[in-house]
Design a protein around this ligand. Sequence first.
Ligand code: HEC
Ligand code: HEC
Ligand code: HEC
Ligand code: HEC
Ligand code: HEC
Length: 651
Amino acid sequence: MQNHPTLSRLIAKTTQTAIVVIGLLTPLLANAQTEKGTGAMDMKARVQTCVACHGDQGKASPEGYYPRIAGKPQDYLFNQLVHFREGRRTHSTMNYLVQNLSDDYLMQMAAYFAQQHPPYPKPLPSKVKPDILARGKQLVLQGDPSRKLPACAACHGEQLTGLAPTMPGLLGLPRDYLNAQLGAWLKGQRKAAEPDCMASIVKTLTTEELSMATAYLASIPLPADPKPKPQGNIKFPMECGTHNVKTASTSSTSNTTPVSSNPLEQSIQRGAYLSKLGNCAGCHTQAGGKPYAGGRAILTPFGDIYATNLTPDATSGLGTWSADDFYRAMHEGKSKNGKLLYPAFPYNNFTQMSRQETDDLFAYLRTQTAVQQATPEPSLKFPYNQRQLMRVWQALYFKQGEYKPDTTQSAEWNRGNYLANGPGHCNACHTPRNAMGGLDMDSNLAGATIPVLNWYAPSLNNSTESGLGKRTVEDIVQVLKTGQSEKHATYGPMAEVVRHSLQHWSDPDLRAMVVYLKSLPAQNTSEKPPKTMITAAAQPGIMRQGATLYKNQCADCHGQNGEGKANQFPALAGNNHVTDINPANSILMILNGGYAPSTAGNPYPHGMPPFRNTLKLSEVAILSSYLRNSWGNKASFVSEIEVEKLRAAAR
Ligand code: HEC
Ligand code: HEC
Ligand code: HEC
Ligand code: HEC
Ligand code: HEC
């Protein structure tokens, strides 16, 4: 260890993915087996995912890379979780794990960890020179009035152990962690709610001074009672966004408006529902951004395309658009200014909507708060940045026209077909695309790997091999409505579709769509298995090693025989997704873990811890192969190269 590492060097070190060995999970899992019935929610079982990194009870990992979260003020913890979900703080695993969890659930997690008070470790003996520590102490306890710099203690508490409910303590945290946080604020990578007083404080200090302050903070032992003191009516020397970020902001619009007799209001209500069917807000809202104000990047193999601002702002949104302009965009993929639109906007599906429906949607979008926010230009490689080329693309791959019912089929089936292929745009992910990004409609909904994201969206037809053929309508409806059924859970991009769109669909609509999907003839995907896959049949060595790994790391949740635990942990035995032609989903789950989405029907889903830092690439390959060939499952073996590719790729 260097004696005076500069802040920038530490930032560079700590922001890389640390290679850390997390202790064996097994002892923490005992609780998973004992959760009883309905009623009281077992938070301990639900935060196993978190303690895999943050340590038992959230007391921090042994070397301190994963910070202590135990005993921190509840609203502070809640605010951080919301910041991670909305992108004001970045750490890829944290961002990913909480992205589909509700405020309510994040508050439950915050409450759980705020109530844990495991003992603090003794601070490591400081190797920093006494004069540096003395200078650090002065900054922390007195600040520097000549520069209007308040003392850290003026906000973080006289004891520096924080003030409940929102002000975090600064003791018991490793110096690396403190440095990384202050560095992140300097670089704009960590933000708090406005006014973000920490952002101004770090700018007032030099990097040497920040480093002195953290050296001092990391050197002091904790007082006898390290719990945060109540904030009371202490007045802070600067204004900070020290409120609960959610209760302070006005709550979002609810869908419970009573049915109106006013035709315009009826139109707006229908439009609101259509917007849920089409997940317009999901794409057209940036993480942490204003609803429908655009700016979210849609990743494609050709580059990033930004969803536009749909609010009624006159300069950057649809303020000057007419209902005709809007119909043309939805129907012909043509913007008001005549520019042809990229199919990252699923107009090849939305073209099936009727004029009445696009008018309803337009009326609804008109009721949104106007937000002035220009949409970034797409960042596409040549020649894809030439919009006029879309003329050729549209001629080849785009069929315009409203939905035409098939009169030989029932009304329910027709509604389902329309929902899946129209507003629901399921084929945006579940249908293979050609090299130009056009949908291969001969294999509609037969399963496809999502470009860039690498998740596999399985077949939705009646095939028993990879599709929904073996499952009942009720089971599939439940998984789409709540994100979880007895044996299945949704994850990855599908969890987002459920959270933002499908959970809001009416029961008859969900049912109609599933009835339609189950009527689709069994057809296997046109996807080729990954080239790097081993297809050897008998691999007794791999199966033996896999069984041991599985027993130690996975069986507590997924069951000794892969049977899962009803409505909590999905079954792996007989699970058609574990044996999909493309093994990507199982591999990605083992690497990154995840939570099923919070929905009204399943507000506090269980999670799975990431194993990317605890298992070797070869072990992940062995485990995936084992899952694919145990308990009656039968599928190709997985190679280490396949795992490596997915590990390296961005999520
Ligand atoms: C892969 C390991 C990992 C897992 C799993 C994980 N975290 Fe974290 N978490 C981190 C890291 C690393 C940081 C620090 C990020 C940074 O530098 O800003 C962090 C930061 C946090 C913070 C902010 C701490 C502070 O004092 O500001 C909270 C709160 C938190 N995590 C809660 C959770 C919860 C709740 C879960 C489970 C849902 C969870 N974490 C799962 C690695 C993890
Ligand atoms: C005017 C009040 C104020 C002062 C003065 C102040 N802080 Fe903070 N600090 C905050 C607030 C508020 C937060 C929580 C921000 C959030 O919600 O993310 C915070 C958070 C932090 C964190 C993140 C803690 C964690 O667990 O991740 C660190 C580190 C920190 N401050 C260090 C300092 C240091 C060092 C000083 C003195 C040089 C200082 N602060 C002075 C208000 C203050
Ligand atoms: C999968 C993501 C996605 C979904 C879902 C989506 N959009 Fe979009 N939308 C985009 C992208 C990306 C663009 C920008 C296309 C471009 O730049 O060519 C866009 C563009 C548009 C435009 C053209 C705006 C202009 O200025 O030209 C309109 C109108 C629009 N979307 C409306 C909607 C509506 C209404 C819904 C819901 C029914 C919806 N979108 C759902 C991604 C999406
Ligand atoms: C953004 C991409 C995307 C879109 C859009 C999408 N899906 Fe999925 N879907 C996936 C992925 C990836 C999976 C695999 C992960 C999983 O099983 O949750 C999946 C899985 C599924 C499953 C299997 C879940 C289980 O329990 O076995 C069903 C059913 C499904 N999708 C239906 C739909 C329907 C219906 C639509 C349209 C309304 C749709 N999906 C739209 C990506 C998508
Ligand atoms: C703490 C409990 C827990 C542990 C331990 C755990 N899982 Fe999971 N697993 C879950 C949960 C919960 C889900 C669903 C997550 C979601 O929907 O995002 C899941 C999902 C999965 C899936 C996706 C199933 C599907 O339908 O496609 C696979 C594969 C999987 N786990 C494999 C493993 C393996 C292999 C291990 C051991 C290395 C393991 N899990 C350890 C809880 C756990």
